[in-house]
Design a protein around this ligand. Structure first.
Ligand code: ATP
Length: 437
């Protein structure tokens, strides 16, 4: 038992490319955060022999965790229960209480009950049901030190059940019983769970995710060129996305391992300064929201090239109505002058895509809506509309914080969507940097 994890995804739709395997990226990340290193992920056709063989094969490697996704529905091609039972050589038992719970769920949602749904109340002998979020129950089972976890394929159901039931089970076991865990790790055996769930072998890794904005992967590599990125005690990895860079720090889950990670983390933070916006993998709008709330400030937005994305990002966060007052999508100049009070001569002299207009839009929306802070975007998202002095990707983001205006000029790249996303994130980050921590 070595803290590894494997994943098996069932479904022809995944193999045919009709559906993107988003469950794999979700589970891969969650498993790593819990300290399990994923070594295998396999998509299997909806065939009992193939799925059974895949489960058997995985179990021979004795991973700490084996997650199965999909195949728990009521139809002919839902074969996960049967495959696990066959691979483990146990019968399927009908669970009366599970059947009642499923029937209640159907009734509660007004779904018509079909006799084929009875199949969903079958569990391999020895399995414990995972309470369902949709209508398909999952289950956990233990075999020779492997915790097998079967979840439905529908992404929201899988995530919801993982977050509510699987992760607490695994983390509760990992953090709650340090002594037993250390003993288990030393002896190389799984430790039984205090919750009565299946045992989970000790995790070997600690993972930290830091988030930064305003820096690319190659610039980071240059800034940290003297660092040993592959030091087995403290590995540094990066992932770039439109809302910035995720820095993934991975080491051993021991006091000494954590100390080494602290050193690496301090080094990264000292190098990146205030480009780092979260030490705990929070999204940029969450950080901005927390800072606004802590400072007791409200915000309003005036958007040209982002067409509402900035307001969308801010309001993605539950509870954002505490600080987000509203916004104006000001595409036409008449909206900029009429609703935001942008001076027409500014538009004529400098053009809509200019530092002056970005400033006037941010100031105007603060005035119009009565907010403490204002944000604005104006730019050329493309693919057309660029010129030599105002090329595609030229974007100004404006900000007002308590009466003081600041504008930044950006040269963004990528297709239209990417330019718009980057513009919205850049505006958010400008506000973040101007708010007290
Ligand atoms: P249900 O009872 O709701 O059918 P299930 O466990 O049987 O649950 P599947 O039938 O395997 O789930 O998948 C249901 C749908 O979920 C698929 O049609 C597909 O759209 C989506 N899905 C399945 N697996 C994945 C995956 N790995 N990544 C993303 N989406 C998936």
């Amino acid at each position: 038992v070595d803290g590894t994890a494997e994943m098996i995804f069932s479904g022809d739709e995944l193999l045919r490319g009709d559906v993107l395997n988003t469950n794999q990226s979700y589970l891969g990340e969650r498993l790593l955060d819990l300290g399990f290193l994923a070594t295998h992920a396999l998509c299997v056709t909806d065939d009992l022999a193939a799925l059974t063989a895949a489960v058997r094969d995985s179990l021979t490697r004795r991973p700490a965790v084996l997650v199965l996704s999909g195949g728990l529905g009521p139809t002919e091609d839902d074969l996960t229960r049967e495959a696990v039972a066959a691979a483990l050589d146990v019968p399927l038992d009908h669970q009366d209480d599970l059947l009642r719970a499923i029937q209640d769920r159907f009734a509660g949602r007004g779904f018509a009950w079909s006799e084929s749904n009875r199949k969903q109340a079958l569990l391999p002998r020895g399995a414990a049901a995972i309470p369902f979020s949709g209508t398909a129950p999952g289950f956990t089972m233990e075999r020779d030190g492997t915790l097998l976890i079967a979840l439905p394929g529908v992404p929201w159901e899988l995530k919801d059940m993982w977050q509510k039931h699987v992760e607490p089970l695994v983390t509760g076991r990992l953090t709650g019983e340090e002594t037993a865990r250390a003993a288990g790790a030393r002896s190389g055996r799984a430790v039984s769970s205090p919750t009565g769930w299946a045992a989970v072998p000790a995790a070997a890794h600690e993972v930290r995710r830091l988030r930064a904005f305003g820096i690319g992967e190659s610039m980071l590599a240059d800034m940290l060129s003297d660092l040993d990125w592959h030091d087995p005690d403290a590995i540094l990895g990066t992932r770039a996305s439109l809302d910035g860079l995720t820095l993934i720090l991975r080491g051993q889950a021991t006091p000494e391992g954590r100390r080494k990670l602290d050193v690496l983390q301090e080094r990264v933070c000292a190098t990146l300064g205030d480009k780092v916006y979260s030490l705990t993998n929070e999204d940029l709008p969450v950080v901005v929201g927390d800072r606004l709330r802590a400072a007791g400030l409200t915000v309003a937005v005036a958007e040209s090239c982002t067409g509402g994305l900035l307001a969308k990002r801010l309001t993605d966060i539950a509870g954002s109505s505490e600080y987000f007052l509203g916004g104006v999508v000001a595409y036409d100049n008449l909206v900029k002058t009429g609703l935001l009070g942008v001076d027409e001569t500014l538009l004529q002299t400098h053009g809509a895509v200019s530092e002056e207009v970005a400033a006037a839009m941010a100031e105007g929306v603060c005035r119009a809506i009565g907010a403490d802070c204002g944000l604005s975007t104006t730019g050329i998202a493309g693919p057309d509309g660029g010129s030599e002095d105002k090329p595609v990707g030229l974007v100004y983001v404006g900000s007002v914080v308590k009466g003081v205006t600041r504008v930044e000029r950006l040269r963004l790249w990528g297709a239209r969507d990417q330019i718009r996303e980057r513009a919205a994130c850049s505006a958010l980050d400008l506000l973040r940097r101007r708010l007290p921590r």
